[in-house]
Design a protein around this ligand. Structure first.
Ligand SMILES: [Zn+2]
Length: 490
């Protein structure tokens, strides 16, 4: 509660207590006003919590109604009815009521008690629903964790979506290698959609689909031939292909996100072609995510994640995947190979610090951005081999790591690396304790100013589409809707 709000609340209660004692003494506003020497209108404002009485006036009022000042100032409602009046007043002055655009109803003494109770009951329910409609960061983290564990249990492989995507891209004329923008447009056409690039998409959206007019709006391509847009378009298409309904919960929303991302990855790196490529590289003992990436013209992260879909199912290789920021925090992770990912007490991994001896962090020291860096890491759960590629965005540097237990390293390029580190995390002695007598020397003298941690999962309103401003989306659609919708186009 803000100080301003709590002050206002106290004034409402104070006003009601004054009114209660005044009427109990049989005094009218005029009579009390005459006794304390102020206008009745001022007293009325004070009783309605609209004005704060000076302390001297408060003393005079207390004397006039024959109670002590502390008794007037307690925050207890003077009666059941007054408690309801205070609650109604408070609710009508709150931000939630303001969004409804309704006129306030003064809780006068003439209002029947049943009406008062009814209104207060409705306000309580409105408040409860509004609070429930917020997906808390905790809820979001739990939903995320549940989904990750489920994916790990299925080796990150979703056969139905694989089949769907493969059939669609074949029908649109895809053969092998990078998926062209033209093929993506044909896939949209198969579903009755036209892809339109616009510069004024609502800020809270990545894409907007107009179901009535069969249009998918995408941002303009910032780099001609840039590949990011193919994935966005495919994700928009995926909602239709996979028959998604409006999400009913945050978990539902997250699951749809996972599925559309999966669908897009399947289109960009179709199962048959991708597995053929990877099996060939495995036979040559020369598996490398960087080659997979280049063969299909996708980002390193997309290739690394796609590799986790296919590696266990088709190549019998257990794997882990990490995206880590230059602050050492885990942004995304997956492991079905026994690597213990850092997690909080709820099991959530997002935002957790990765051991500084893991390849995902050691890799930041590798300055050659053109190639992956490799390392073996001895951990309490065994020895792992990892390949790491670093990159940067406007948000800072990041590393993408794909790794596997020692026994499977033989299939990968870089297995002959001599870089080897040892990690005993989560044991604090591994890399979280100060070295030597540094703590003794600096503990009394160090005064750092912390940078607020980037919010990995902020609270999202759980509307139909979490985090999206509906009004903005509708304005956008009106701006772009064709003048006359044609029959049967939806
Ligand atoms: Zn460590």
């Amino acid at each position: 509660m803000t100080p301003e709000k709590s002050n206002q609340t106290d004034l409402i209660t104070l006003g009601r207590r004054i009114r209660h004692h005044r009427t109990a003494r049989g005094l009218t506003l005029d009579a009390l006003g005459a006794e304390v020497g102020v206008a009745p209108s001022l007293l009325s404002m004070i009783e309605n919590g609209r004005r704060e009485p000076r302390l001297t006036l408060l003393h005079q009022i207390a004397t006039a109604v024959d109670v002590s000042v502390p008794d007037l100032l307690t925050d207890e409602a003077p009666s059941h009815r007054a408690g309801l009046e205070i609650e109604l007043d408070r609710a009508q002055r709150g931000p939630l009521y303001a969004t409804l655009g309704l006129p306030p109803v003064p809780s006068s003494r003439r209002m029947p008690l049943a009406v008062l109770e009814n209104l207060v009951g409705l306000h309580r329910e409105l408040q409860r629903r509004a609070t429930e409609a917020i997906a808390t960061p905790e809820e979001a983290r739990r939903a995320n964790t549940e989904l990750r564990l489920e994916r790990q249990a299925r080796d990150n492989y979703l056969p139905d979506i694989e089949a769907h995507a493969e059939a669609m891209s074949r029908e649109a004329g895809y053969l092998n290698g990078p998926l062209t923008h033209r093929t993506v447009a044909r896939m949209a056409e198969q579903l009755g959609f036209t892809i339109i690039h616009v510069a004024d998409l609502p800020h809270s959206t990545r894409t907007v689909t107009d179901l009535a007019n069969g249009r998918i709006y995408l941002p303009p391509a910032s780099i001609p031939g840039g590949h990011g847009l193919r994935s966005l378009a495919l994700q928009a298409i995926a909602h239709r292909v996979l028959g998604h309904e409006r999400p009913t919960s945050y978990a539902d929303f997250l699951r749809q996100r996972v599925e559309i991302t999966y669908f897009a990855a399947c289109c960009l790196m179709p199962e048959t072609a991708a597995v053929e490529f990877l099996e060939d590289r495995k036979r040559a003992r020369d598996l490398a995510v960087e080659d997979f990436r280049d063969a299909f013209g996708v980002t390193h992260e997309a290739a690394a994640q796609r590799f986790t879909n296919l590696a266990t199912r088709h190549l019998q290789i257990p794997v882990h995947f990490l995206r880590v920021g230059d602050d050492g925090a885990l942004f995304r992770g997956y492991a079905n190979d026994g690597l213990p990912l850092p997690a909080d007490v709820t099991g959530a991994i997002e935002g957790q610090m990765v051991c500084r001896w893991w390849a995902a962090r050691v890799g930041f020291g590798h300055r050659d951005r053109a190639t992956e860096s490799y390392q073996y890491t001895d951990t309490p759960a065994g020895t792992f081999w990892c390949s790491t590629q670093t990159g940067s965005t406007t948000g800072g540097e990041f590393s993408i790591t794909v790794g596997t237990p020692f026994s499977s390293a033989k299939w990968f390029r870089g297995r002959d690396t001599t870089v080897r580190h040892s990690s005993t995390c989560p044991d604090e002695a591994c890399c979280r304790r100060p070295e030597g007598d540094a703590a003794e020397r600096w503990a009394p003298a160090a005064w750092p100013s912390a940078r607020m941690h980037q919010q990995v999962l902020a609270a999202l309103p759980r509307g139909a589409f979490p985090g999206v401003d509906d009004a903005e989306v509708y304005r956008f659609l009106e701006r772009h809707a064709p003048a006359e919708p044609q029959d049967g186009e939806a």
